[in-house]
Design a protein around this ligand. Structure first.
Ligand SMILES: NC(=O)c1ccc[n+]([C@@H]2O[C@H](COP(=O)([O-])OP(=O)(O)OC[C@H]3O[C@@H](n4cnc5c(N)ncnc54)[C@H](O)[C@@H]3O)[C@@H](O)[C@H]2O)c1
Length: 322
C-alpha cells in the first residue's frame, strides 16, 4: 500500500512510518513541523511540509495515489486545550474533517484516526471498555471525539473504512525515534529529564488516591506496540468496515513505580516532590485490550516497565548528548 502518514515527524507517527516502510509499504509523510522534528521522518518516506487543511499540500501528498491514511497530526496537550479550546477544535476536528473531504474525493477509502483515552473522561469502572460512556473532561478529548462521531456517517454514506484507535499513555522509544514534545507533559520523559539533571525535580500530583501507593495509575503502551497496532489496523480494514478500539496493556503503573523504574534504569536519583492533586486527574486509567485482541489480533509485547523506561532512556541519552 501507499500510505499517507500525517504527523509523521512526531513521536508516534514517525515510529509508525518506519514500521510501515519495514513492512514494504510506501509512505508519504505530511507534517507542518509545528511540533514535529524533520529528522525523525524516516529516510525512505516522501515528505511534504504542510498542514492537514492546506489544500495544496494535501493534493501534493496525494498526487502519487494513496491507498490509506494514518492520521496522527494533532495538538495533543490536554492542559493547553483548556486554555485555547478553539485551536484544538480547529486543528484536531476542523482540519481533520477538511482533509477527510479531500481524501474521500481522491478515493482514499481507509482511514485510521489517532484517538485517545481522553474521549472517556472520568471512568466509571476499569479496565475501560470501548462501550463505556464517552464524556471527555477536556477540550482535547472532545476535539477527537467529534471526529469519531463523524466517521460512521462517512462510512455509511461515502464508503469510508475506518479505525479509531484510542491510545492510552504512549511511551518508550525505538533506537532511532523517541518522544520530544514541547511542552513535554508526559511522565516518563519528565522523569528522565529530572534524572539527567535537565529539570529540577518531578512533581507527584496527588499522593492520596485509592491506588496501591496513593499515586495515579496509568496504562503505558510502548510506541513500537502502537506502530504494530496501526499496521494491524490497516490489514483488519480488509474485513472490518468500522473499528473503534483501545490500545492499552490492561495493566498500569503508578507514578511512584515509574520514578523507581527510572532510578533503577538510569542508576541516578530522581528528585521528586509530593504535590496537590491536579483537578480532572482520575485515580486509575487502564484500558481493556480485549477488543483490540479480537479485531486486530494485537497485543502489546512491551509489558515490563523497566524495559520500557530503558528504551526511552537510551534514546534520550543520545538526544541529550549524555
Ligand atoms: N502521545 C500520547 O501519549 C498520545 C496518547 C493518545 C493519543 N495520542 C494521539 O496520537 C497522535 C500523535 O501523538 P504524538 O505524541 O506523536 O504527538 P507529536 O506532537 O509528537 O506529533 C504530532 C505531529 O503532528 C504535527 N502536526 C500538528 N498539527 C498539524 C497539522 N495541522 N498539519 C500537519 N501536521 C501537524 C506536528 O508537527 C507533529 O509532528 C496525536 O493525534 C495524539 O492526539 C497521543
Amino acid at each position: 500500500m501507499r500510505v499517507l502518514v500525517t504527523g509523521g515527524a512526531g513521536f508516534i507517527g514517525s515510529v509508525t512510518a518506519a514500521a510501515l516502510l519495514a513492512e514494504g509499504h510506501d509512505v508519504v509523510v505530511l507534517d507542518d513541523l509545528s511540533r514535529g522534528h524533520r529528522e525523525l521522518v524516516p529516510d525512505g518516506a516522501a515528505f511534504v511540509e504542510g498542514a492537514t487543511d492546506d489544500a495544496g499540500a494535501v493534493a501534493q501528498a496525494l498526487s502519487g495515489g494513496v491507498d490509506a491514511c494514518l492520521h496522527f497530526a494533532a495538538l495533543i496537550e490536554a492542559g493547553e486545550s483548556m486554555k485555547a479550546p478553539e485551536r484544538f477544535f480547529a486543528v484536531n476536528t476542523g482540519a481533520t474533517l477538511r482533509m477527510l473531504e479531500w481524501l474521500i474525493v481522491a478515493g482514499v477509502d481507509r482511514f485510521v484516526l489517532s484517538s485517545t483515552a481522553a474521549v472517556y473522561g472520568e471512568p466509571r469502572s476499569v479496565p475501560i471498555t470501548e462501550d463505556a460512556p464517552t464524556e471527555p473532561t477536556n477540550a482535547y478529548g472532545a476535539s477527537k471525539l467529534a471526529v469519531e462521531r463523524a466517521l460512521p456517517w462517512l462510512a455509511e454514506l461515502r464508503g469510508l473504512r475506518y479505525a479509531a484507535l484510542r491510545y492510552f499513555n504512549a511511551c518508550g522509544a525505538t533506537p532511532e525515534r523517541g518522544e520530544d514534545h514541547d511542552p513535554e507533559t508526559h511522565l516518563i520523559p519528565l522523569v528522565l529529564a529530572a534524572a539527567a539533571g535537565r529539570r529540577e525535580r518531578i512533581d507527584v500530583f496527588g499522593t492520596d488516591y485509592p491506588t496501591r501507593d496513593g499515586t495515579c495509575v496509568r496504562d503505558y503502551i510502548h510506541v513500537a506496540d502502537l506502530a504494530g497496532a496501526h499496521v494491524a489496523a490497516l490489514h483488519a480494514l480488509d474485513d472490518e468496515r468500522e473499528v473503534v478500539c483501545n490500545l492499552g496493556s490492561e495493566s498500569g503503573f503508578t507514578v511512584r513505580e515509574v520514578i523507581a523504574a527510572a532510578e533503577r534504569v538510569t542508576g541516578r536519583t530522581v528528585p521528586a516532590a509530593d504535590a496537590e492533586r491536579r483537578p480532572g486527574d482520575p485515580a486509575t486509567l487502564v484500558a481493556s485490550r480485549q477488543r483490540a485482541a479480537r479485531l486486530l489480533g494485537w497485543q502489546p509485547a512491551w509489558t515490563d516497565l523497566d524495559a520500557i523506561v530503558d528504551s526511552a532512556w537510551r534514546w534520550h541519552r543520545r538526544r541529550w548528548g549524555l
